[in-house]
Design a binder for this molecule. Structure first.
Ligand code: SF4
Length: 207
């Protein structure tokens, strides 16, 4: 019960705080184009690169290829299928991409896309204990109220790129640190050790 209460609080804080950062590429493309095809292509590009590069490359690519001819024409009549399982049949498309296209291409509310940030952050917060993205997706669907599913990837990716980074999370300035397991169990103890080490090395403390 307390965990659910904390999830509600954390989601509210993150929604408010993450507005000052730039949107992840998939969200930006979804908002500006409202095209499942563009979201799909940018996701496939992002598998081989990072957001800083995916954005500009996607824009250049879309100037050349604006419609889904080629890969989709024969089988789906030129349309990206509005179907998770059919998307998974595409070469290079896994659960993450299919979930992103369903969520940010078709604006569906029944999917949670798990990438590296969504896999890592709920584990750090102590909501779940998983390693594999498919387990994270399954566990999140059990504990996260459905009203948060649609925005979850967007919000957590923004948080993961700017604050709860994979290496060197900015725990000291994190707006949800008081609800975080990692903060209590890893960050605070590491700071205490550092303080002891500084005291030990400081010549003034040896006088
Ligand atoms: S306190 Fe640190 S580990 Fe926890 S959510 Fe914030 S940045 Fe991530």
């Amino acid at each position: 019960m307390q965990r659910i209460k904390n999830i509600e609080i954390i989601m509210k804080i993150l929604k408010k705080e993450m507005g000052r950062f730039q949107n992840p590429v998939a969200t930006e493309i979804s908002k500006t184009t409202r095209s499942p095809y563009m979201v799909l292509i940018s996701c496939l590009l992002s598998l081989r690169t990072n957001d800083k590069i995916t954005g500009p490359i996607s824009k250049k690519l879309f100037e050349i290829v604006k419609t889904p001819h080629g890969i989709l024409v024969r089988k789906y009549g030129g349309k990206v299928p509005d179907d998770f399982n059919k998307l998974m049949e595409f070469k290079g498309v896994g659960r993450k991409t299919a979930n992103i296209v369903m969520t940010y291409g078709f604006f569906k509310k029944d999917y949670i896309a798990v990438d590296t940030h969504v896999n890592r952050i709920p584990n750090r917060l102590g909501w779940i204990k998983t390693k594999k993205p498919e387990d994270t997706e399954e566990q999140l669907k059990k504990i996260l109220p459905k009203k948060y599913w649609q925005d979850f990837n967007d919000l957590i990716v923004t948080f993961g790129q700017n604050i709860c980074r994979p290496i060197g999370p900015k725990c000291w300035e994190c707006p949800v640190n008081k609800y975080c397991d990692y903060y209590k169990k890893v960050y605070i103890p590491s700071q205490k050790q550092e303080t002891v080490a500084i005291k030990f090395l400081d010549p003034n403390t040896l006088k």
